[in-house]
Design a protein around this ligand. Structure first.
Ligand code: FAE
Length: 545
């Protein structure tokens, strides 16, 4: 916990206490007592935030610090109660209902091994932590739960290249971002760096050292990737001193230890202000505007079987959308096209992209082993982003199966200017993403140019058995959905939705389809910048005024 006398750590401690007592009582409402009194259901609430991912969590902390009573509505569960096996989350090798959001079978991106369907398993339907939303040629992976994507992601905390940031968000002052908001985001998120000496000798990253050797032989550059997984905890896992998490096949279905997910950082701090309440298992379905009450939300509460058990309304003066690229975009599209917020413009639903994601595997020679022990948390990337023809930043990904498989796996981020868009489908009352396989072709060409070079130099080949058929490159899914409500288009330059005072966007839907690196640090820093301006300029009502 660090130094308990500083205001931030005291606040974080109070927040942890609130999270834990909620779990103990089996409640879906998480807050300190003062906050729950200030935000009783029924009366209008000064501020509501939809979602509890990165943009939402930043906004909650800063509103809470400013003394503004705030309710967060999150459709997923609070993840801190151990199940009968003693663990909060399940691992990737023996998944159960906790793995996925209301599915009968797991849907891991690596679909097969030697073309065999050995990776996915039938599971009990349950509001689990990872969701996959399918839209034809594109499936989007998302975190569900208090902490959003931070619960399931690979913890890679990368600040984008400054010249590319300036290219994608030209209206944002880059000097201010790099001087103030990126440092603020990385320090509050608890970003840390692997000890380079330990990296060279440990078992956990033998797989990464092998890929590095192959990349260097091909004349390519590699770089360490900062993380919100505690590298000191990982070192102790490998030394056998603490329970394993990154070394126990835990990543995409949650980590039981070691990871500084948002419930350990921003959200704990937000709750500790005493002004923030989180309601888990509460999904916002509709938003309308009422002259007297402000924004009125229709909210569905679900039980553990996924059934809706309550339909309520909550009214607020200020509404912050932090439901992620798919979630926030869908809410505003539905509001526009069903006529509840009819003044929303044609910009809603535009500018979506998968951050150029392409996954691929290479087959290693028998003498080139990756090791049985592999950290689930990547720590190294191949950085070819400055290549003028084939810009790629490829994370060296683990295959944490616990046995030697002679596979090197990568998630490549490519620079693809193609964008998709969403439309509202009244038949299903949901947003449809329009993105086709052809739009992803450029990403494959870019990744192929880089990995062809590596294969040529090392005498290796692609694996064609990993993605359900014989394709060597998988770009039908993304971990990095971005866009839909672009900054400066659907909103002003600080996330205020055009035409609707008091309505704001805080999350990845502001970013136009690409960041060139893993996106959560960019989302966090942008949310820090925007909420600082909103608090300075818009008149929000603190407690007691
Ligand atoms: P997000 O974190 O998605 O949070 C949205 C929240 O809103 C979720 O908790 C939803 O359940 C909730 N929600 C949605 N709709 C509603 C509704 N109608 N009512 C109530 N609640 C709702 O949003 N990024 C990196 O930078 N590094 C990585 O290593 C990395 N690895 C990843 C690995 C995986 C498997 C996945 C899925 C993602 C990964 N990402 C990574 C992406 C990263 O997690 C993602 O960009 C952020 O989580 C997006 O943050 P947002 O604030 O936009």
């Amino acid at each position: 916990m660090g130094n308990m006398t500083s205001p931030l750590s005291r606040r974080r401690f109070l927040g942890f206490a609130a999270l834990n007592s909620a779990a103990l009582l089996g409640l879906n409402t998480i807050s300190t007592t003062t906050a729950s009194a200030a935000t009783r259901p029924g009366g209008p609430v000064p501020a509501v935030i939809i979602g509890t991912g990165y943009g939402a969590a930043v906004t909650a902390l800063r509103l809470g610090e400013a003394g503004i009573p705030t309710v967060m509505l999150e459709m997923g569960r609070l993840w801190d109660t151990p199940a009968t096996d003693g663990n909060v989350f399940c691992n990737m090798l023996r998944p159960d209902g906790r793995a996925m959001w209301l599915k009968d079978r797991t849907l891991a991106p690596l679909a097969s091994f030697l073309w065999m369907d050995v990776i996915n398993h039938d599971i009990k339907r349950y509001p689990g932590v990872l969701d996959r939303v399918d839209h034809g040629d594109m499936s989007v992976y998302l975190g569900r739960g208090v902490g959003g994507g931070s619960l399931v992601n690979g913890a890679m905390a990368v600040v984008p290249k400054r010249n590319y940031f300036e290219e994608i968000l030209p209206a944002v002052d880059a000097a201010e971002m790099y001087g103030k908001y990126f440092p603020r985001a990385t320090s509050t998120l608890g970003v840390n760096h692997v000890d380079p000496d330990w990296f060279e000798t440990c078992d956990s990253y033998q797989f990464a050292r092998l890929s590095r050797e192959h990349a260097h032989r091909a004349g390519l550059k590699t770089t360490f990737v900062p993380s919100v997984y505690d590298f000191d905890y990982l070192r102790r896992e490998e030394a056998g001193e603490v329970p394993c998490s990154a070394l126990a096949g835990e990543v995409i279905y949650g980590n039981n230890h070691g990871k500084r997910s948002l419930d350990k950082t921003y959200l704990a701090d937000a709750l500790g202000t005493g002004n923030v309440t989180i309601r888990a298992m509460h999904e916002v379905r509709a938003i309308r505007r009422d002259e007297a009450r402000g924004y009125v939300l229709t909210v569905h509460r679900r039980d553990d079987s996924g059934e809706i058990v309550e339909r309520t309304e909550i009214a607020t003066e200020r509404l912050f959308l932090g439901a992620g690229s798919l979630g926030s975009t869908e809410l505003l599209l539905r509001a526009r096209d069903t006529g509840t917020l009819p003044g929303l413009g044609a910009e809603i639903g535009q500018g979506w992209g998968p951050n150029g994601n392409v996954m691929l595997g290479r087959a290693n020679h028998v003498w080139d082993t990756t090791g049985r022990t592999q950290s689930g948390m990547p720590a190294l990337g191949i950085d070819s982003w400055d290549d003028p023809e084939h810009p790629v930043f490829a994370e060296i990904a683990p295959v944490p199966a616990g046995v030697e498989l002679w596979v090197s796996l990568y998630l490549a981020i490519t620079k693809n200017p193609e964008r998709g868009h969403f439309s509202y489908d009244p038949a299903t009352d949901s947003a449809r993403l329009h993105w086709n396989a052809e739009q992803g072709q450029l990403s494959i060409q870019q990744a192929k140019a880089l990995f062809d070079k590596i294969n040529r130099t090392n005498g290796t080949i692609y694996r064609t058995d990993l993605f359900g058929d014989t394709r060597p490159f998988e770009n039908r899914f993304t971990y990095h959905p971005l866009g839909g409500l672009l900054l400066g288009e659907a909103t002003d330059d600080y996330g205020r939705v055009r035409g609707y005072p008091g309505l704001y966007v805080t999350d990845g839907s502001l970013i136009p389809g690409s960041t060139g690196v893993n996106p959560f640090v960019t989302i966090t820093a942008l949310a820090e910048r925007n909420i600082e301006r909103v608090l300075a300029e818009d008149r929000l009502t603190p407690v007691g005024s």
